[in-house]
Design a protein around this ligand. Structure first.
Ligand SMILES: *[C@@H]1O[C@H](CO)[C@@H](O)[C@H](O)[C@H]1NC(C)=O
Ligand SMILES: *[C@@H]1O[C@H](CO)[C@@H](O)[C@H](O)[C@H]1NC(C)=O
Ligand SMILES: *[C@@H]1O[C@H](CO)[C@@H](O)[C@H](O)[C@H]1NC(C)=O
Ligand SMILES: *[C@@H]1O[C@H](CO)[C@@H](O)[C@H](O)[C@H]1NC(C)=O
Length: 407
């Protein structure tokens, strides 16, 4: 399959509602990593050259500055962070070559085992260029505790390919992000982040390889992208507001998830989330909200619309019964309040009998749930699908199949 052909189709569709991120600009203020000693032969450690080129780019005082990672080369880079703030008003990174992580997990020091490449504290960053970030995930997957439960020396934490931490005004487009040891792209503590025309790719069997994880962030847009992974295509964590996921293909993977929220019994606030025009193919979930029973706070104003499901295990699911150990949370009086969640125009097939599962909390029922033109059927022609509700209140409009169970 030609991925960029599919991206072009997705982007063409998404341009109707979203202004595309421009990736064409001329700029004399350029800093090529090769001029700072990067070799790009896959073997030489080019980390120091990348840091020096970044430093020059970030310190350039006239307007915008561009760091160039040229085409046709593969640069071996160890875990590094590109720090801001920068003197230049907007920093461009033209990533046209491949940047590859070391294959051996022993290359990581204990204190940065969750990171590979990071951008931190930058206001005004634009990454594009049709290049590739390769996280060399295989050896991390091989030693993960998830795939080797109880094995001595197995690992639960592994690097994220690309992290945006405390960044503002970020555009990233036309980049391949592949083979991540864990989450591919992390957006945390950031604002105004626009991720479009990305191809994110790891095997469906790779453990905890979320496509994009967003938390503690405001105003993040993910659009026109193809995400194939071993965990959530997009996951939205605690304290996330105004997050939009538009025109994406998801699968394999665990779907688009809000949560899991409130893991440590903390108060969460998630508001204004829209997941629209997303195709789910052979995923374990479609649109999911999951919260820990010990959590507190609220999720409100969520729209899942124009969704298409192809052989999805749980096309529509709310699970408010996440708990560390079975039965450990039975006495809890807590829960994350979920309200105003709309499912509009969702069609396709479910591989399990319960196509709609709203398993809401006894303590804080789900309110203001709406279904409008939702039609799901079984992936196998002979079976019927049903909906299941627990403490879920709201109303429906249009044709709903299977029949709604809302109170
Ligand atoms: C970073 O750039 C500044 C300004 O150009 C320079 O003074 C400093 O030595 C550079 N540091 C490194 C590590 O290259
Ligand atoms: C990001 O893209 C938007 C839309 O094209 C543009 O208005 C904005 O200036 C861009 N920001 C950066 C930092 O490149
Ligand atoms: C959510 O969206 C509404 C309507 O656009 C807006 O008034 C409200 O401020 C938003 N909430 C947050 C937390 O940004
Ligand atoms: C709802 O959650 C409870 C607690 O985890 C579980 O026992 C039950 O099977 C769930 N119901 C459905 C329909 O999934």
């Amino acid at each position: 399959m030609d991925f960029f052909a599919r991206i072009r189709i997705l982007s063409l569709i998404s341009v109707i509602s979203i202004q595309l991120i421009s990736n064409v600009h001329s700029n004399p203020n350029t800093f090529n990593v090769q001029d700072y000693g990067a070799v790009g032969d896959q073997r030489t450690d080019d980390s120091w050259a990348f840091l020096k080129a970044w430093n020059a780019t970030c310190s350039a005082t006239t307007g915008t500055a561009t760091m160039i990672i040229p085409k046709g080369k593969t640069f071996l880079v160890y875990p590094i962070t590109f720090w801001g703030p920068c003197k230049s008003t907007t920093v461009y990174v033209t990533l046209s070559g491949t940047v590859k992580a070391p294959e051996d997990p022993s290359a990581w020091k204990d204190n940065d085992v969750d990171k590979w490449l990071g951008f931190q504290g930058i206001n005004g960053l634009n990454i594009n260029g049709y290049g590739q970030l390769d996280g060399s995930g295989q050896k991390w997957w091989d030693q993960s505790c998830k795939l080797n439960p109880g094995k001595r020396g197995c690992t639960t934490v592994a690097p994220t390919v690309l992290g945006f931490r405390e960044c503002k005004n970020v555009n990233m487009s036309h980049i391949f992000v592949i083979s991540s040891p864990q989450t591919h792209i992390l957006v945390i503590g950031s604002e105004n982040v626009n991720l479009g025309a990305l191809i994110i790719r790891s095997p469906g069997t790779s453990p905890n390889t979320d496509g994009i994880h967003i938390s503690n962030s405001n105003n993040v847009l993910v659009h026109g992208s193809i995400i194939e992974s071993g965990d959530d295509c997009v996951s939205i964590g605690d304290h996330s507001t105004n997050i939009n996921v538009y025109y994406c293909d998801c699968g394999p993977g665990h779907g688009v998830s809000i949560g899991s929220l409130g893991r440590s019994g903390n108060e969460v606030h998630v508001e204004n989330i829209t997941v629209k025009h997303v195709h789910f193919k052979q995923t374990s979930n479609g649109g999911r909200i999951k919260t820990w029973q010990v959590g507190r706070g609220q999720v409100r104003n969520v729209e899942f619309s124009y969704l298409n499901f192809k052989d999805v295990q749980n096309p529509i699911i709310i699970d408010q019964y996440y708990c560390d150990r079975p039965n450990a949370c039975q006495g809890t009086k807590t829960g994350v309040k979920i309200s105003d969640v709309r499912y509009i125009k969702a069609f396709g097939t479910s591989t399990t009998p319960v196509a709609i599962n709203l398993n809401c909390s006894n303590n804080v029922p789900c309110t203001g749930i709406t279904f409008e033109d939702v039609q799901l059927e079984s992936a196998s022609s002979k079976d019927q699908v049903t909906s299941s509700c627990n403490n879920a209140f709201g109303y429906t409009k249009g044709i709903i199949k299977p029949n709604s169970c809302l109170k």
